[in-house]
Each structure stands twice: as C-alpha cells, then as structure tokens.
Design a protein around this ligand. Sequence first.
Ligand SMILES: *Cc1c(COP(=O)(O)O)cnc(C)c1O
Length: 439
Amino acid sequence: MTPDTDRTDANLALFERARRVIPGGVNSPVRAFRAVGGTPRFITRAEGAYIWDANGQRYIDYIGSWGPMILGHGHPAVLEAVQKAARDGFSFGAPTEREIELAEEILRHVPSMDMVRLVSSGTEAAMSAIRLARGATGRNKLVKFEGCYHGHADALLVKAGSGLATFGHPTSAGVPAVVAQDTLVLEYNNLSQLEAAFAAHGSEIACLMIEPIAGNMNFVRASVPFMQRCRELCTQHGALLVFDEVMTGFRVALGGAQSLYAQAIPDFAPDLTVLGKVIGGGMPLAAFGGRCAVMEQLAPLGPVYQAGTLSGNPVATACGLATLREISREGFYDALARQTRTLIEGLKSEADAAGVAFSADSEGGMFGFFLLPELPQNYTAVMKSDGARFNTLFHGLLERGVYVAPALYEAGFVSAAHSDEDLARTFEAARAAFRLLTK
Ligand SMILES: *Cc1c(COP(=O)(O)O)cnc(C)c1O
C-alpha cells in the first residue's frame, strides 16, 4: 500500500460523494455528525455488538440502529426468518398470516392494546395515532412535551408558545402556522403547566402524547406523580392518553414503559400506544394500537382513513416476529438490564476517577448519560450540558472504537450481544476519553 492510499479516508470519500446526490449526504439528519463535527462513518457491515466502517475500523455499537437491534446484529434465528420470508416473496399488497401472528405477539405483551395496525415507520404510526385520536374524540388540539420526539408529522414540529398554555409555532419551514396552532407544547415533568393547560383547554384536547421515558432528550423519565396526573386529567376531560413507545416499547421491558408505570399507579393504562424500532428488529415496521372501541374507528371499519402499500410487509413482519420470539424468552430482560447497568456504573466510575461530573440512568437495554452532576428532569436542564465537552468525549470514544450517539440529546442502547469483554474495552476507552476533558 502506498503512503497515499494509506492516508485515504474512505469515509470522507464516501461523504463527499454522498453530498453531491443526497442532501447533506445522509437520509436522516443526525447521521451527518453536524452536532459533533467530523466525518460520519459509512457502515459496511455489522455482526453481534459490532459495526465496521468503510476504512475497515471496528466499533462497539451502542446505537443499534437507534434502538431496534436489541439482539445485536445478524442474530441467527432472525436472519433465517428473514431469508426464508424473502424467498417466499417481498411484498404482496394482500393480507398474510404473519401479520396476525405479529399482532397477536404484540398484544400478548401489551395488555392496554386490544387491536393493532401495522405501518412502516414510527413517524407514520404517531401521525396515524393522532389522526385516530382526533377522529375518535371529534377534537383538534393535542398536547406534547418539549424534548419529546414523535416523528416528523407537521403537527409535531412545533415549539412552545410564548406564554403558559398558549399554542405553538412551527420549528420547521414548510409547516403551516395553522397546523402548529393546534399543538400545545408543555415542559416535561411540569405539573403546574399540565394543570393550567387542561384547565384552559381541556374540552378541546383530543390527546396528550408523551414519551414515558424520553429518549429523544437523552434519557429523562416522566415522574410517577406526573404520569398519574396525565392519566387523571385525560380521563377527566375526555382526552386520549397516547404513549409513544417507539423507542421504549420492547426495549425497557417486555411490556414497554407502560408496564413500569402500571406497577406504580393503580389501574394505569394509556388509551393508545405507538410502537416501532424493536418490533421491526431492524426492518421498516411500526404500529399503533389500543382498545377496540377506538381502533374500530379506523378504515375500513370506521371514518378515520389510514393505509399503506407496504404496511405489514412480509419480510419486515418475519424479522419483527423472530425478534419478539427471542426477546420474550424467560430472563432476557433481566440479563439485558444487568448488562446495561454494569455499563453505566462502569462509565460512572471512570468519570469519577477522572474527576468529571457525570450522571447516568438506564432501564432495560436503554441508557443515557450526562456530563452533569444530577440527572435532568426536562429539556431545558438537558440543554445545560456542555456541547463542546460532549463532543470531545464522543470523538475520544469513537477514535478508540466505541460508537455512541453523535449528539448529547440521544439515548444509547445495549444489546444481548454486548459481552463483558465489550464492556471492559468500553471502560478502557472511556478512561482515556474522560481524561481529555480534564486537560
Ligand atoms: C424514533 C422515534 C420516532 C420516529 O420513528 P421513525 O421510524 O424514525 O419515523 C417516534 N417516536 C419516538 C419516541 C422515537 O424514538
């Protein structure tokens, strides 16, 4: 190899080529490394807990495709199911038995759902759940929380209005103000804002949508009293409580985050649940569901229209079903949660040893860490994290073969394939990376 080709960065070459034909060189913005700087890694393959980039560099993968890869990459049983399904046909545009099997498997684990509709992305599922909530209640307004992400439907790309309980403004060009005006954006875990919003607009609110453990502002739990009040106010005012469990569903526990709140709050259940990520096992698959009375409002039974050419795709359902069968084995989540806790405890002790302020939390196979002494409770507190310090840590880890999310407001994920050796190697990388912050 000549010194010239030696110096060639295949990731950089691909990024330059990608930028000529794909806006920003990526098909989803966070992949572009804008927040952390540097060149995105172009991935060529993955196996177990590892991904390899175009330079042949291996990384321990703590993103797992942003959550779906709970079994690690290329699990043999999942691979076999996908290969068999592909041989039988990619797509029919007609019903299949596997869709029923996947629906039954989902409903078996999430008792708040009697029926489910399968779609292709979390965005589509959340958007459809909102339309259903609006159709079922005959109301237009929706409540969401700052820092929660529910996909990029127009009504959701909204930031808070200027005063308490005032309606929002678009955060994206191309979203009409009239669409944003029906969305009320509140602070996460803020009880008094919640009370004020329902006092002012209760009879107009179709639904309250929430990430029960918010993974799109790193990792922030809704407090139990806050969640209980969300449930009570929705019930009292006839609004639907919609749990966006696209990230947490089958990730923090077999029954999702709602199973954890149901342990703490008597008779707790959301009215609608939105799922994605893990239920597709890495294939484009998502879902939304709830009680029969609400779900029967959907076409072809009811007046709320919703459809999809590739919905319930046979290869995607095979992948999701094989994944769910593996993760519903006895003891799966105990082991996953233990490994994830070991990870954050190990990172914490490396940070302590280096004298770096650090806090972290985890549930099941999902975790978050902050370069802050205390865990934040809302988006404003999350954003007090020092971006420059996070970027130094991120690149310090990446250079040492540890791939975490390239933004401080994203959660991380551990899979069943992450071994004790992978964790030990991660701690070693973290030891060196944390020292970069104290220089
Ligand atoms: C990822 C995510 C979505 C969007 O799902 P896509 O499949 O990316 O459209 C929605 N809600 C939450 C909580 C998510 O984490």
